[in-house]
Design a protein around this ligand. Structure first.
Ligand code: NAD
Length: 252
């Protein structure tokens, strides 16, 4: 039987690489897109897939056409490519807004639109990578949060509009995952330790833990799941009240 094909954007490193690895072990043929052509080639080779290098902002038609030609059909799209820029809102430039919205949100919408007829033909699915930052402001990276709020809203909107075409659309909202994007924090042992202790599971997540939830959402086990944004964060988003000073509580 021919393998099902999935296009993973930003698949050369971090969470995208973790997603590519997990999906390959579940039998998917993985088409690895990334602006880092060498990285895409390395991961594609490692997972027995095909590299489709390129910037997600350029030529979505071309990327989807290459994916369909390489795989014979397209059964799934994982919109993972994303970047963060750190600057206070008051100082954020138009160029910074354009690059963050362009990659995190606009390219995801355009690729999804172009992939839609192919996913409709294969009764396929889309998974978008949002963030817990979509629901929480964060210091000096607020427009990243705003772009991710757009990713979550697009996920719900597309689920409504594309469900009748048989295409499911969901998102995963990672919490703290150790990748290059956040390495400036985790390479400082004291910061790493403080963050670790704030997680109910007492550890920072790894890319494969996002990949496993993506694999579930693309699988038949999730055949009636659409329009959901699933936080994969070790329980971190449930800790708000725990941050308050309080009298001693019984150990738990
Ligand atoms: N790491 C975290 O803690 C975390 C938390 C929440 C959400 N996320 C989201 O997960 C996704 C992956 O993040 P990560 O931590 O793995 O980041 P990363 O920087 O480690 O990897 C991102 C990959 O995307 C590629 N990329 C960047 N711009 C691209 C473009 N224009 N076209 C094609 N590829 C491009 C990069 O080359 C890189 O390989 C992002 O959408 C990010 O916002 C990450």
């Amino acid at each position: 039987m021919q393998r099902q094909t999935v296009l993973v954007t930003g698949g050369a490193a971090g969470i995208g690489e973790g997603i590519a690895q997990v999906l390959a072990t579940r039998g998917w043929q993985v088409l690895v897109n990334d602006v880092d052509a060498e990285g895409a080639q390395r991961v594609a080779q490692a997972v027995g897939g095909i590299a489709l290098p390129g910037d997600v902002r350029n030529d979505p038609q071309g990327l989807v056409a290459q994916a369909v030609a390489a795989g014979g059909a397209l059964h799934a799209l994982v919109n993972n490519a994303g970047i963060i820029r750190r600057s206070p809102l008051a100082d954020t430039t138009e160029a910074e807004l354009d690059v963050v919205y362009g990659i995190n949100l606009k390219a995801m919408v355009r690729l999804s639109q172009v992939a839609l007829p192919h996913l409709q033909a294969s009764a396929g699915a889309i998974v978008n990578i949002s963030s817990i930052a979509a629901e929480s402001p964060q210091p000096a990276a607020g427009f990243y949060s705003m772009s991710k709020a757009g990713v979550s809203a697009f996920t719900r909107q597309a689920a409504l509009e594309w469900g009748p075409r048989g295409v499911r659309v969901n998102a995963v909202a990672p919490g703290l995952i150790r990748t290059a994007m956040a390495e400036a924090v985790y390479s400082v042992p004291e910061l790493h330790e403080k963050r670790r202790m704030m997680m109910p599971l007492r550890r920072i997540g790894v890319p494969a833990e996002i990949g496993k939830v993506v694999a579930f959402l693309l699988s038949d086990d999730a055949s009636y799941v659409s329009g959901q944004v699933i936080a994969v964060d070790g329980g971190f988003t449930q800790t708000l009240i725990d941050h308050l000073p309080h009298p001693p509580t019984p150990a738990f």
